[in-house]
Design a protein around this ligand. Structure first.
Ligand SMILES: *[C@@H]1O[C@H](CO)[C@@H](O)[C@H](O)[C@H]1NC(C)=O
Ligand SMILES: *[C@@H]1O[C@H](CO)[C@@H](O)[C@H](O)[C@H]1NC(C)=O
Ligand SMILES: *[C@@H]1O[C@H](CO)[C@@H](O)[C@H](O)[C@H]1NC(C)=O
Ligand SMILES: *[C@@H]1O[C@H](CO)[C@@H](O)[C@H](O)[C@H]1NC(C)=O
Length: 587
């Protein structure tokens, strides 16, 4: 995109001249329309689900909000994921105005009805297929993209002016008539100016119920508008300055047809609700709710991403045994995952993603893994992680096992963005430090500082740990990490220093916090813990009164602190990179 065009796009965004306004103002924008429709459709899905399950359903009071809908759905713990899903869908919707600013089909401009409908109908198929594969992330992305033209139809076409009281049901299917279309030669509008643009659509067009929409162009004095056709209208649209002058859009109250804005916006909400209804019909209530971020009961996925290249030959049995003990420790508890995911990676292959809700089936699949192939040392670990992140539900727990650096470092920022969006925690177990086995890698093949840092950065972003251990230390490291997966966990402090330097950190413990633990990764680190009453204990001192237990595995150290309410301090001393995390449990 040239910078000139980029500026114009910003201008379009700013004025909201192209499609329902984007900046929230008094008029309804794609933002409110999308949120209202999702809240509406979610209430209906939860009502239907309650009916199937024979439980009571109390409709939330109007206006619907993320919180009151999540509560009515019996899933208050999903509020955050629900809000994130709505925000993401909305972002994908609004992004159409940037990515496809000048493509009339995405906005139902210029009588591009067949092409616009094609975008929607094909998109709907993609969403349904993604939901079937439980790839809700892909479904949400496409959903946002499809909502944009669907909503624009009511603002940019004359559907509302034709006196229609209901949304056009044929925008989401491909094998039906979308309405009475006309060709380029037939005039649809007369000139109007300023305040009198309410009746500029020709009477015969209205009488014969012919569908039309406005032309739109941003280049002055150059118009592709055929003779007699309507324009979109507004300050940015240059075609509306040429005969027939004026426009027909209903994007805001101050648009040429702004008097119909509320009707168009309500129709867009209803149409979006019906689209969602159609998707729910195809997916079923539970899966539909997952798509919008609502899950009842545990929605946790337990996800393993495992390096299966030949250098892992000696570690893979250890990995099988620790994964199996993680699974066993959670089955039957309130922390039991609802779904299990495995992504093996090798080089040049990675995947496939294997998903099951049966822990026994899952263990059997893991037990069939063998380590072979892989060629050179670095492997496609980030590709495997990316696949796992996009296939797992929000807030999942991911364990990645490898002994090699990432070959696909170029995916770093994509993976970070995905971690942030999915709010998943990624723990890395790198079985490459300590004793170097002659038959495995040469010393020069070991993880370099920057290789290790990449894993540490990703772990840190996600709130997880990157732990370098030997094969024999692996079970101990894994058990420390899995001990801390209680749902009532709170993070009191999280910090990292790279390069390492001496620094002081504080955190606050209140009455409700119990089971205080400190996690530190990094090598050659000493520190001093200072309690709220001013007592202090050094890391080298095993007889102090603050640290009740301390354990070290590989580059990973964990401490249990004796509880004291108030502000604690940790003074870290190291020139190597380190991470620091303090967690506790709340009632
Ligand atoms: C508009 O987008 C559609 C769908 O992606 C594409 O087929 C068409 O070629 C685009 N039109 C223009 C003018 O870029
Ligand atoms: C098409 O035109 C006919 C007659 O003018 C009208 O009855 C019908 O409702 C129109 N169809 C649509 C979808 O507007
Ligand atoms: C809610 O959704 C239904 C269809 O699912 C639709 O008919 C109705 O108009 C929607 N309500 C609003 C306020 O748009
Ligand atoms: C940390 O605190 C100690 C004393 O509490 C102080 O001597 C030291 O300079 C501080 N270090 C930094 C980096 O602020």
């Amino acid at each position: 995109m040239s910078s000139g065009l980029a500026v114009l796009c910003l201008l379009l965004l700013h004025t909201g001249a192209h499609g329902f306004g984007i900046l929230p103002e008094k008029s309804e924008s794609h933002l409110e329309i999308t949120e209202r429709a999702i809240l509406n459709a979610t209430v209906q899905a939860c009502r239907a689900l309650a009916q199937t399950e024979g439980t009571d359903f109390t409709s939330p009071t109007q206006p619907f909000t993320v919180e009151n809908v999540a509560v009515a759905c019996n899933a208050p713990q999903s509020s955050k994921a629900f809000r994130q899903a709505i925000q993401f869908i909305t972002l994908m919707n609004v992004r159409v105005d940037i990515r496809h600013a000048l493509n009339a089909s995405f906005h139902f401009d210029e009588e591009n009805f067949i092409q616009g409908r094609k975008i929607i109908a094909e998109g709907v198929q993609v969403i349904k297929a993604s939901n079937k594969q439980e790839n809700y992330e892909a479904a949400r992305k496409k959903l946002g993209e499809v909502m944009h033209p669907l909503q624009d139809f009511y603002s940019h076409s004359n559907w509302v002016e034709l006196g229609k009281k209901y949304p056009n049901p044929n925008l989401i299917r491909s094998d039906t008539s979308i309405g009475n279309l006309t060709d380029e030669s037939r005039a649809t509008c007369r000139s109007c100016n300023g305040d009198d643009c309410t009746n500029n659509i020709l009477e015969d067009i209205i009488e014969e119920q012919i569908l039309t929409s406005g032309y739109f162009g941003i280049v002055p004095f150059v118009s592709t508008k055929p003779k007699g056709k309507c324009s979109h209208g507004g300050g940015v649209d240059q075609t509306s300055k040429l005969d027939p002058k004026g426009g027909i859009n209903k994007d805001t109250f101050s648009s040429d047809h702004g008097h119909l804005h509320t009707e168009a916006a309500n129709m867009a909400v209803a149409a979006t609700s019906e689209l969602l209804e159609d998707l729910r019909g195809a997916a079923g209530d539970k899966q539909f709710l997952q798509m919008v971020g609502i899950s009842r009961g545990s929605s946790k996925a337990l996800c393993f991403v495992i390096d299966t290249t030949s250098s892992m030959r000696e570690d893979i049995e250890a990995v099988k045994s620790v994964t199996s003990s993680i699974i066993n420790s959670e089955v039957g508890t309130e922390n039991e995952p609802s779904v299990y995911i495995l992504v093996p990676f090798n080089d040049p292959e990675f995947g496939p993603l294997i998903k099951t809700s049966d822990p026994t089936v899952f263990k059997n699949v893991i037990n069939t893994l063998t380590a072979s192939g892989g060629g050179d040392n670095p492997e496609l670990s980030l590709s495997g992680l990316q696949l796992a992140l996009s296939g797992a539900p929000l807030n999942s727990e991911i364990f990645l096992f490898t002994d090699a650096p990432a070959k696909d470092r170029n995916l770093r920022s994509t993976v970070i963005a995905l971690i942030e969006r999915m709010q998943s925690v990624v723990n890395f177990f790198i079985t490459n430090s300590g004793a170097v086995n002659r038959r495995r890698r040469r010393r020069s093949d070991r993880l370099s500082a920057s290789d290790a840092q990449l894993y540490r950065d990703l772990a840190q972003t996600s709130g997880g740990q990157a732990i370098e251990v030997t094969k024999s230390e692996l079970p101990a490291a894994v058990s420390i990490i899995t001990e801390s997966t209680s749902p009532s966990l709170v993070t009191l402090l999280q910090a990292a220093r790279n390069p390492g330097k001496a620094d002081n950190f504080t955190f606050i413990v209140d009455e409700t916090v119990t089971n205080l633990r400190v996690y530190i990764t990094g090598s050659s680190i000493t520190f001093t813990v200072i309690s709220p009453t001013g007592e202090s204990q050094q890391s080298t001192d095993s007889s102090g009164s603050l640290i009740s237990t301390s354990q070290s595995v590989g580059n990973f150290k964990t401490l249990q602190l004796n509880k004291q309410v108030g502000m604690w301090e940790i003074n870290m001393v190291s020139t190597n990179p380190y991470t620091l995390k303090v967690i506790g449990e709340t009632l």
